[in-house]
Design a protein around this ligand. Sequence first.
Ligand SMILES: [Fe+2]
Length: 342
Amino acid sequence: MAEIVFGIGCSHSPLLATKPEDWDLRAQDDRKNPAHPFRGKVYSFQELEQLRKAENLSEQIKMDVRRQRDARNQERLAQLSQKIKSAKLDVLVVFGDDQHEVLLNDNMPAFMVFTGKDVPFKPTSQERLAAMSEGVRVANWARVPEREMSLRGAPELATHVVKAAVGDGFDVAVSERFLDREKAESGIGHAFGFYYHRLMNDLVDMPKLQTLPILINTFFPPNQPPVRRVLEFGRAVGRAIRSWPSKARVGIAASGGFSHFVIDEELDRRLLKAIEQRDFATLLAEPETHYQSGTSEIKNWIAAAGALDGTDLKFELIDYVPCYRSTAGTGNAMAFGLWQAA
Ligand SMILES: [Fe+2]
């Protein structure tokens, strides 16, 4: 049977691919955003500034602090990139969300397994680039290849996972290709692309590696799967992989998080510790209102933690780097983690 031999979690924020001097570009977007979820309530940027005044966040956005944090992020990305390479995987299963890249509101599945033999991986069109805010545009390079390409999908494992998950009561959507549609991309979205481009160099050194994207709608109401469902889905995917008649070495990846666009270090540390200790009760006890907006991407980690729960691999938090970009506490807290043999 296939074996899950490795797990990885990595943030994919634009700030990871933006010079510290330009982090303010994303802060401009935060100022325009009228609704920031934070600790179960929703605030304007100005309300958040008031609310978090006592935290003295102006210290956190000083340029030398940003530079130190950026250097740490780049070092961690290099470290994780090397770890993926040395894991000698046959398949990398990636849990990620799609933010209106290939999935639009005409059809938004809660869970979708990509079953195609080729994963389309494409540069972003000029039209879409022009429509992005500048803070997102400057970082877009990290999640797309320079030239259109396809990566090897994992259709056999994907189909096995789908059948097993359906048997376990998960009505997963499937897709084997992405069509050209107005307002959509036809290449895999940012959560996956960041792994493939920034961490895996378009897989040029791993030409045989297959990848299986699993899309979870963490982000968009009203059908975001609740955390209990996400954890159980992850477990079902893990069981399916381990029952796949193959000698494949399989890795599990979680993409995105941790708290953003409002950083909540207490929430992050509580949940990361719970992942480390396999304390699923704590993950489940967190109200759904805490898993909203970009912070919802923590659910990609919870799915991965579920898939890895049936293994002996141990989670280690490699680093946690809260990257603030405004006095309202907006930014992105970066998390870098590995599940490895003890
Ligand atoms: Fe994201």
